[in-house]
Design a binder for this molecule. Sequence first.
Ligand code: SF4
Length: 478
Amino acid sequence: MNEHDSERIAGVLEADGLVPANGVAEADVVVLNTCCIRENADNKLYGHLGHLRSLKQARPGMQIAVAGCLAQKDRDLIVERGPGVDVVLGTHNVGRVASLLRVAAESGPVVEIWEEAALEEGELFPSALPVRRELGHAAWVTIQIGCDNSCAFCIVPAVRGAERSKPFGEVVGEVSQLAAGGVTEVCLLGQNVNSYGRDLTTALRSVGRDPASEEWLAGPAWSGPGGAGRRARPLFADLLAAVGAVAGIRRVRYTSPHPKDLRPETIEAMAATAAVCEHLHLPLQSGSDRVLASMHRGYTAARYLERMAAARAAVADLAVTTDIIVGFPGETEDDFDQTLAVVAEAAYDSAYTFIYSPRPGTEAAAREASFVASETVADRFARLKVVVDRSALARHRARVGRLEEIVVEGPSKRDPGVLSGRTRQNKVVHLPPPPGGLRAGTYATVTVTAAAPHHLSGSLVSVDASPTHKTRIPVASG
Ligand code: SF4
């Protein structure tokens, strides 16, 4: 979500005539787009601001803006603690960044934070804003903002507000426009995509309207694998089907589904919709039911594994990835052993593993008495990494010798002499570039030649000149 906001901020500035600078020292405008989900976001912000202040002293015309959810949360404090900041803008104000910089140039520092409750629908989802995307062929599409859950470790509900879904037709319209502009891959974004649409009906009922009689909300246009006919609201499954049917869209991804809300209809839509990629990111967080309950996650380890197994059974060659927190307050050795057991059983393709660190303002941050000693957490973290890497490597090795469809992303960040692409399972493949190279966004077929825990190596077989949806590539002999 934060990266998508950064793309929009860059797009708005570019539309206003700015061009990317070669580095901070040369920049006329520096925007720090903060994310308070990140560890120590505030310390990092004030560290950067200290560095920028000295640059600004040498070049007084330079302007500094602070955006993102930390700006939304700490607003006036940022101006107070960060002299030299010209603009502080909230998560709903990204479209105003250029005009706010002009106001600040004329009249001094400005803070503009729009509160979600006061916004109209069009201001909540500003899809008409220009965007400067890192990859021309791939785009984020926000389908929902905010979160109605209350995970004890998470600051999102406090800073991004309640769940709000973007109307169904607007999401499909945005994807159609992106496809018309050459985008072939979209990633649908939300904090809890599986509850997409729930708020639309709640809002209608609160003003005495019957969702079932609202054509825009409950019409045959969105009837998908979730079942034909009129239902009280569109499901995320319907959205997957509709977005996957947009001409020119070859790959649909989404992030993130909450395990408690992963419905059979979503799994069915993944299996039935050719463009939906065979990748499910399903955050586990912990394998201990006791810890899951104290996190308020709303599922047990057994329920999680059941849903994951249903997805694997329905979607052939599905890659599953996850997020895991180590050392949540109160986590015992027995709890951690249960996490290891679930991780081993799940045999993930990869996992983002995090050492618990408190986010001020969250419920878990107040449980100081239950914090786990740092050396214990470090030891558990290292043990978890061994189990995760083992399954990732095994899954990657099983792909050696296979033909895979990739979309080229460009030169590898580590070695510009190597080309990088991504498979439908979201695995990075490095390969030697052909003479003349390959343009980012090109679809190609590669043979997987080697595997590592975090990437694959491959060699180019052919370039896909006439893209078709979900090419089923046969396994190479030998
Ligand atoms: S589902 Fe939980 S972890 Fe995810 S954004 Fe909502 S509160 Fe945070």
